[in-house]
Write a protein that binds this ligand. Structure first.
Ligand code: SAM
Length: 253
């Protein structure tokens, strides 16, 4: 399989080969385990505090919510936020290809989940395991013209859009298009995003400004993300952990 054209901060470790593996076991062993990638505990905590009560109430009236995981890879943050799984539960679920074949915990509210990523293998896994209902394979920095309408539709119709440890890979014009599509629906909706520290801080600042131009700020928290790799510790002397700022924003109805 050819290597996707993934862009990342040059001081940040590249994990591209893991994202295109056929199952999430290398992601579990080399990222979740080896780097103590605990961020989904905090994505879940923030989701539960700021989005889940609204989502469960909305599901009572609407029946089903459109949930989009943008650059979701194998779907770990969907498992955390929608299925309510913590770091250890996800690691246990992904301990072997056989164990990873289905999700251990049910969804906490009815949802139609669209997984979007550049990695065809990660999406195929997410769909076969029942994490995603539908997938869109796209290089979000330059989606193929035939993919654009499908992408825009999924983003427009999303009630909940999550994008974690992901915006760092995207160019500002691509982020603007994504945010404009999500913002275009005149109905209450929520977005959970996070920003990594210490990587690409100016880019994160620009992304925050784009978000604040379009959406209402709801709340945030700071947390550990994962340990820095050896390469990253050389690039950022004296630091051991990558940290996260997790933000929730509201699309106004
Ligand atoms: C660190 S993983 C994020 C996984 C999950 N959201 C999390 O927080 O752990 C980053 C994902 O971004 C995807 N990605 C990177 N560049 C992309 C691009 N240009 N278009 C779409 N997806 C991209 C990778 O394939 C990978 O699955």
């Amino acid at each position: 399989m050819s290597k996707p054209d993934v862009k990342t901060d040059e001081k940040k470790q590249h994990f591209d080969d893991i994202y295109v593996a056929e199952n999430p076991v290398p992601f579990k062993e080399r990222i979740l385990d080896a780097l103590e990638y605990v961020s989904d505990n905090f994505n879940r905590q923030t989701f539960d505090r700021l989005v889940l009560p609204w989502a469960q109430q909305k599901a009572d009236t609407a029946g089903i919510l459109n949930f989009v995981d943008l650059a979701g890879c194998f779907g770990n943050t969907t498992m955390a936020t929608l299925n309510g799984m913590d770091y250890d539960a996800i690691r246990n679920n992904w301990r072997s290809p056989e164990a990873a074949a289905s999700v251990d915990q049910p969804r906490r509210f009815p949802a139609h989940v669209t997984g979007i990523d550049i990695s065809a293998n990660a999406l195929a896994y997410g769909k076969s395991a029942g994490i995603y209902d539908e997938t869109i394979e796209a290089d979000l920095n330059k989606p193929a013209p035939e993919t654009r309408p499908e992408l825009d539709k999924a983003l427009q119709q999303a009630d909940i859009l999550i994008s974690t440890a992901a915006l760092i890979y995207l160019e500002p014009p691509a982020i603007e298009k994504i945010l404009d599509a999500f913002a275009s629906k005149n109905e209450e909706g929520y977005m959970l995003v996070n920003f990594l520290n210490p990587f690409a801080l100016e880019k994160a600042d620009a992304t925050k400004r784009m978000l604040l131009e379009r959406f209402e700020f709801v709340g945030s928290m700071a947390s550990r993300h994962r340990r820095l790799s050896e390469l990253e510790r050389e690039n950022y002397p004296g630091e051991d952990w990558a940290l996260l700022e997790i933000w929730v924003l509201r699309r106004k109805g």
